[in-house]
Design a protein around this ligand. Sequence first.
Ligand SMILES: Cc1ncc(C[n+]2csc(CCOP(=O)(O)OP(=O)(O)O)c2C)c(N)n1
Ligand SMILES: [Mg+2]
Length: 441
Amino acid sequence: MLRKFPTPRLHCLGPQRRAVHLGHLPNSRSPLVPTLSFFNSVTGSDEKIPTFRVLDGVGKPVEGAQVPEIDEAFARKLYENMQLLPTLDTVLYNVQRQGKISFHMTSHGEEATIIGAAAALEMDDEVLGQYREMGVLLWRGFGIDSVMAQCFGNQDDTSGKGRQMPVHFGSPKHHFHTISSPLATQIPQAAGVGYALRRSPDRRSRSIAACFFGEGAASEGDFHAGLLLASTIPSPTLFIARNNGFAISTPSTEQYYGDGIASRGPGYGIDTVRVDGNDILAVLAAVREARRRTLEQGRAVLIEAMSYRVGHHSTSDDSFAYRQRSEVEDRKRVDNPIVRFRLYMESRGWWDAAAEEELKARLKADVMKAFKRAESLPRCELGELFTDVYAGEEPWNITEQRKELTQLLKKYGQVWEPWRTELGKFKNGGEGSDAVGCLNR
Ligand SMILES: Cc1ncc(C[n+]2csc(CCOP(=O)(O)OP(=O)(O)O)c2C)c(N)n1
Ligand SMILES: [Mg+2]
């Protein structure tokens, strides 16, 4: 059983609420009161929605906390995945800087939110991510070779045959819906996926839709459309807002005036909780309980996980243009999600310096091996650019684009150096592909 929070008081209706009985309007259950009184989620600092935490900043359970049941093997899996994320991120970030891939986004600082949530879900719960949730795939066994293949867009990329931007993963096998760049589109989609699960006899009462998004994405209209959809057409949908303090350069203080994202849940009649996103045990407990609720009630739940985006937004961003280096350095130290959990593991006798050293060396070697492999592999056949973009017969616009590329390649493919180099990166040097139409014809 989890410890119960005091219910946040979002309505300041005053003492008359209970004392005076004036009844209800015919079409409402709202009690009639004789006093004019406004309410808000930001009335006073003591009215803020609380943040659920299990471990303190140095990995010690806080007084009264109910520590979720985990054994040593599970704890090690959590920790190894939390360490794998930054190992991969650091290599991919540097590889982008060397010009070998076009783009990357790191999860630095959000390891506990992402791995903790992944670990609380069932492996076949449907996940709709934003883009910073590579850790969910790692937890589900996608593998670092597949991560590298997607980021390099090589022939082993099962997410999209190299046709998507890096980090735009997708894997039906891992129940991970393909990432799409336009923000918040996954939120109403998740409400639809949750509804589909409810209507599917073999998934009903067993699987949920879990939707991740940033607090910045929650400023989009699609956030409200998605929550309203889940509220009025009930479904087992879990919304996980990663509040990492920034939407690129816009700090969260400029993104809302209300009490974060959590204050919006009650407006839609959705059970809501705020959690310390740097505390993996708190995230694990909150997501486990939220998942149980969505299935039991068949209704959506909203979690707001509080963390801090330690890395730059992406490789296209330099965050020191809009925040102090010292602020980032401070946040790396205070409540560091990986350190907190390591200290907890050590206190249980499950981890020590030797295990740490072995893990870091092993992960680095594995990631470097996968990187070298991915770099050496060619891209898919060039013609694959046009196959299975849509289901069914090829539509006219794809046919037109295919013909245009064929003509351009005939004219410039071998005579213009940048194109010749690019073509060399594809399987068979970009030649012999029926779908494009033979380049040398
Ligand atoms: C509809 C739309 N508007 C703007 C963008 C550009 N954009 C990409 S990421 C981003 C910030 C999102 O911040 P948040 O949702 O907090 O996620 P975080 O990057 O912090 O994980 C913006 C504005 C976009 N991709 N789509
Ligand atoms: Mg953000």
